[in-house]
Design a protein around this ligand. Structure first.
Ligand code: NAD
Length: 362
């Protein structure tokens, strides 16, 4: 198939990890006979430096033309003044909103070889395989803001339609897995959460009667996620709760460097990015963990291009590199660490066998 893939390296380690993702996608194209066309544009701090804008028009237009977007990360100390008029994260929020990407999907499946890298006890992590679906374009992050010398406010607002579409997305996902959906809110205190709960209950009852829905308050969810993570399959929640819970969930996997994400909307275009930031503390040293970005490329193959076997091949290749003990510095303190290049090469080197195994499984 032919596909236009927009690459937005961004800042810090972004260029290092997106290069790894592109190398793997090129290898997939070669193996399976696809024609992937890559275009690169600026976003975040790099875009502010070059154009004064975190999301230049050329980037937005390229994203709207593309079949999928692979993004590194944005931000860094150079642009971190919270009072600055333009900030790198504005580029991210704006591109998600412009593309109508309302569901951020973050799978968390700790790998057996890296259980030791998590601060959580290994026996609690075995068998964990959950997906958090976070609402991405509504809620308190996008509501009106006020600030005076004596106070400040952030408005949290949700419409029925905004809740319905993300709940449908999550329920569909739950249906394709174990059929279990957990909706997280704060309905004992917040009006937006009471609406969230009512709409979720109705959508699942009327449209997904085969899906088993439970409601969980966000404070107890924060606790249960660490105490019994195996109990969850698909979790759906609003923007800010999802932001916090997904960072917490990342600790189950041991390192931010292992977790991919997909931001999806009603169509097939999506933005695929590791959940970590631009890691300015290690940028430019060639030691960043590329696995999260490579796994994000697998999500791109699956969700935007509909290439399931190719996605599984990439995921299997990463799993086998981890099985073989190819660990970057964030994953080990006891053995010599692999560089970004070495970890990427370890994945590429396993693709022949992994793709063949996936083909046999099908
Ligand atoms: P971070 O995720 O960049 O880094 C947190 C820690 O994890 C650091 O010690 C870093 O070295 C390590 N780390 C992260 N990714 C890694 C990888 N792939 N391999 C090895 N180690 C890795 O979070 P932060 O330090 O809070 O933020 C740094 C900058 O990134 C800030 O400007 C922040 O605003 C931005 N940020 C961007 C995004 C995004 O682009 N989506 C997300 C979070 C933070």
């Amino acid at each position: 198939m032919h596909a236009n893939i927009l690459v937005l390296p961004g800042d810090g380690i972004g260029p290092e990890v997106t290069a790894a993702g592109v190398a793997v996608l090129r290898s997939v194209a070669e193996r399976y006979g696809h024609d992937f066309h890559f275009e690169e544009q600026l976003i975040g701090g790099a875009a502010i430096d070059a154009t004064g804008q975190p999301l230049p028009d050329a980037t937005l237009q390229a994203a709207q033309r593309a079949d999928a977007v692979l993004l590194g990360a944005v931000g860094g100390p150079k642009w971190s003044d919270p009072n600055a008029k333009v900030r790198p994260e504005q580029g991210l929020l704006a591109i998600r909103k412009a593309l109508g990407l309302f569901a951020n999907v973050r799978p968390v499946k700790p790998h057996s070889a890296t259980l030791g890298a998590s601060p959580i006890k290994a026996h609690l992590l075995q068998g964990v395989d959950l997906i958090v679906v976070r609402e991405l374009t509504g809620g308190i992050y996008f509501g009106d803001k006020t600030r005076s010398n004596s106070d400040a406010s952030d408005l949290c607002r949700y419409s029925v339609a905004e809740i319905e579409r993300v709940v449908r997305h999550a329920a569909q996902l739950a249906r394709s897995r174990s059929g279990k959906l957990t909706s997280v809110d704060k309905a004992n205190v917040l009006e937006t959460s009471r609406l969230w709960r009512d709409v979720t209950t109705r959508v699942v009852r009327d449209e997904f009667p085969d899906v088993q829905l439970e409601h969980q308050l966000v404070d107890s969810m924060a606790m249960h996620l660490l105490a019994k993570p195996r109990a969850y399959d698909v979790i759906v929640t609003e923007n800010m709760f999802g932001d916090i819970l997904t960072d917490e969930a990342s600790m189950l996997a041991g390192s931010l460097g292992l977790l991919p994400s997909a931001s999806l909307g009603a169509g097939t275009n999506g933005i695929y990015e590791p959940i970590h930031g631009s890691a300015p503390d290690i940028a430019g040293r060639g030691i960043a963990n590329p696995y999260a970005t490579i796994l994000s490329a697998a999500l791109l193959l699956r969700h935007s291009l509909g290439l399931e076997a190719e996605a599984q091949c990439v995921e299997k290749s990463v799993a086998e590199a981890l099985d073989a003990g190819v660990f970057t510095a964030d994953l080990t303190t006891t053995q010599p660490a692999a560089s970004t290049h070495a970890a990427t090469d370890a994945v590429l080197a396993r693709m022949d066998l992994a793709c063949a195994a996936v083909a046999l499984r099908d």
